[in-house]
Design a protein around this ligand. Sequence first.
Ligand code: HEC
Ligand code: HEC
Length: 610
Amino acid sequence: MPSKELIGNPSGTGPSSAGPQLVLLLLAFATELAAGSWCSPYALAVTSDGKTLYVACATANRVEVFDTALKKVIRTIDTPAPATGLVLSHDAAKLYVTCAAPVSKVLIIDTASGKSLLSVSAGHTAEAPTLSPDGSRLYVSNKFSGDVSVIDTKAAKELRRLQAVREPMGSALSKDGRLLFVINSVPAGRADAGYVAAGISIFDTAAFSPAGRIQLPNGSAELRAIDVSPDGAYGAVTHLLARYYLPTTQLERGWMETNALSILDVPGKKLLATVLLDEPDLGAANPWAVRFSADGRQLVVSHAGTHEISLIDAAALIKKIKETSRETSDDLSFLAGLRKRIQLQGRGPRALALAGNRAYACGYFSDTLEEIDLKTLRSATIAELPTAPMTVARRGEMLFNDGSICFQGWQSCSSCHSPDARVDALNWDLMNDGLGNPKNVKSLLFAHRTPPAMSHGVRGSAELAVRAGIRYILFTVRPEEDAVALDEFLKSLQPVPSPHLVSGKLSPAAERGKALFMDSKVGCAKCHPPGLYTDLQTYDTGTRAPTDSSPDFDTPTLVEVWRTAPYLHNGSSATLRDVLTIANPHDKHGRTSHLTPTEIDDLVAFLLSL
Ligand code: HEC
Ligand code: HEC
């Protein structure tokens, strides 16, 4: 998700003053929209005859309707917020569109007229709508509320919320519609544990209750999409498989990061196998969209990092998986002979749609639409979507998500920092502070305004860290203008309003927590003064682990701490409560031992609102 459609308090002066700034930013945003904006195609839907394509624009408030025969946009549907997800009703008479905001909207659009018939509210940052087989229910993943809205399509009413684990970004149904599989994009829990991975939550849609969970292999993160085969037997999930437990000394043969596809047994509610999409000397970074063809014979995966699609023989894959009978494959040749890689012309394909023998993919950063003939494997750009000129920051965002600039295409900056430059929740043993002392990935929000960089402050500035990242993490050399573009992108990041705010304001508990935070006897504001919530100094807060080279850590900003768990330099605290209790036994990190459990709750409520 791009950062700019969710508008928060840019100077980080706290949620209490978000009001006027929100208005200012909305004005700035409106001006930009008026001047034209990028589309950033993020979701696609196509009619079964392949005639009409709907394109959701994630950085613009619109859906483009594209005629594949005329090869042009025939209608633009305005939306109240950036369009992030699309699904057509089974008769194609209606189009459901998720529009992402702190209170998202789901529009029900009459496809004949292009008019919005009804709209339903959903959670924070809704996307990826899934329609039930009978068309009566719509399931929408609310990324930042961490849940799924169940919507009655006839009554245009939200019936329930199903609690996912963390940042759900997509779902798929069993053939009978009874089971809903929801992908959690980020791992939850401590990062210094032996097993760290995101997984799949399963729900019984009749009872609205949890019906199981599928654990993916250690290191599974950045889950992006899920699809179920037309016969309902198999599910396919795209994600990364991080080798976070190895020192980051090289990239070859997927040493640091591999790019994976997990195949699920849907009726059995279990993982069949995780296979790697890379090849021994060529990574296939950042797999995103995944679709089974209508006849179930092919699986198509888009690689947002290496700008290509993988076309996999689904039956042969399942057969080989069953013969291999191993859950996790570290075999970089597993797909040899079963898969074709097709290079696209556009940049950053995040969405796919299939109709008959054709696949449609779009370039998130190039604002282009491509048609791929699944028989001849030929691809052609069929449209340039309405767009705006490329800025330096936008180019930086493109590079940040570009795995093709990395040595052998294994990973992009976004592989660890997520596409919007936050966290994958994993620990990595980077080489800048010596070996054997893993650090939790840092969000890059405000990185340039809060020098020094890295937990021990070993890099004097974020600018230096960016250049080191290119050289020693992507193992490549790029012109200085690329580093400048990355800087500009990272400087342009805006905080997303916390899902814990109540109508944009602190809750009563958070208000009480704020008073404690500011209280000099507790002492938080001394090192975390409101504004950026860091005094830019380094301290010994008693959080050193035996493996750490020094007891001193750079004070981090606390803005957006609601979305950056786990906490502390080594991800050893799963929750904010743990930071203030278990991790602070001697009151070296503020004075917290005299606080009652309720006071700790209040302090946590305040932190979660920043
Ligand atoms: C393999 C995972 C990984 C990849 C890929 C990666 N980073 Fe990082 N990055 C980290 C970790 C882990 C940290 C925190 C290190 C620490 O705290 O000592 C970090 C920290 C940073 C920081 C410092 C933030 C701060 O406020 O201290 C910047 C800036 C940064 N990364 C930029 C980048 C850029 C730009 C790229 C791509 C060129 C990139 N990173 C690729 C793992 C990664
Ligand atoms: C003496 C300076 C100092 C004081 C006082 C202080 N902090 Fe911190 N805070 C730090 C440092 C340094 C870190 C990084 C520690 C680490 O990574 O191990 C930190 C980390 C944190 C984190 C984890 C952030 C993350 O992204 O992992 C939270 C939350 C936090 N502090 C909240 C508080 C609260 C609440 C108080 C008051 C009870 C407080 N701090 C008092 C310096 C301080």
